[in-house]
Ligand binder design. Structure first.
Ligand code: SAM
Length: 242
């Protein structure tokens, strides 16, 4: 479903995410040392933990979390991926068809600051590697949190898989070196998109610690916030309840 009336040219980072898709998945595999697939699967399992009837993959990109949800969920669960980048959605639809889950999922064009759903519509909202984009230096951070809260039913889960900050200072320094010395040049080389991978590396180096994310979620109105570090804390999964 497309939603061409959106004021997207003005939306933060929109231009970057319409340019990224061609090699997006390949770069993800390489820079996470192949771990991103396992992390999204864990996030999908967490989204499905309370046997939801309806799940949203927010900022679904090329659809990897959505496809995981479709593979793991019971047949009656409604699964929807939403993104404001049409090229990302196009790839997501192709991939869902190739994965044999085309009939199980819907993809929708929309903006996280104005979600096109009624209050309490979803039992779970999952977000994989788009939370940083919606929060880090994003002027629409507060509306992004407010919209997730609004579309979740009371007791619904917000599952966030995202890069993080390792607690150990030495591991954190190594991780930051890796981002600047390997991820940035490798991303630029493979994708040809200098701005996108400079942003990725710098925003990841400066991104919030698990404690700061917890405080943000709590200030936004979520409760029962839990965190699980992945790969020595280079990434992690936050679960928060409405
Ligand atoms: C880094 S990608 C992650 C994509 C995918 N979830 C994954 O796991 O690979 C971030 C995605 O969030 C989308 N996005 C960023 N800001 C958005 C917004 N305000 N509304 C909807 N989608 C947004 C981008 O278009 C992009 O597809």
């Amino acid at each position: 479903m497309e939603n061409p009336g959106l004021p997207q040219a003005a939306a933060p980072l929109h231009g970057m995410f319409t340019a990224v898709p061609p090699r997006y998945d390949l770069v993800n595999r390489i820079i996470t040392l192949g771990q991103d697939r396992r992390w999204r699967r864990l996030a999908a399992l967490s989204c499905l933990e309370d046997r939801p009837g309806r799940v949203l993959d927010l900022g679904c990109g090329t659809g990897d979390l959505t496809i995981n949800l479709a593979r793991l969920a019971e047949k009656n669960v409604e699964i929807l991926g939403l993104d404001y980048s049409l090229p990302m959605l196009e790839r997501a639809r192709e991939k869902a068809a190739r994965a044999g889950v085309k009939e199980r999922v819907d993809f929708m064009h929309g903006d996280a600051s104005q979600l096109p759903f009624p209050d309490g519509h979803f039992d779970a909202v999952g977000i994989s590697f788009a939370f940083r984009n919606l929060t880090y230096k994003n002027p629409l951070r507060a509306p992004h949190f407010a919209e997730v809260l609004r579309v979740l039913r009371p007791g619904g889960r917000y599952v966030i898989v995202e890069s993080s900050q390792p607690e150990n200072r030495i591991i954190r320094s190594l991780f930051h070196c890796y981002l600047r010395a390997f991820v940035k040049p490798m991303g630029i080389l493979i994708s040809g998109n200098r701005a996108a991978y400079r942003y990725l590396a710098e925003s990841t180096v400066r991104f919030y610690s698990p404690r700061e994310v917890r405080e943000m979620l709590s200030a936004a109105g979520f409760r029962s916030i839990a965190y699980r570090p992945l790969l020595f804390g280079a990434a992690g999964i936050h679960v928060a309840v409405k």
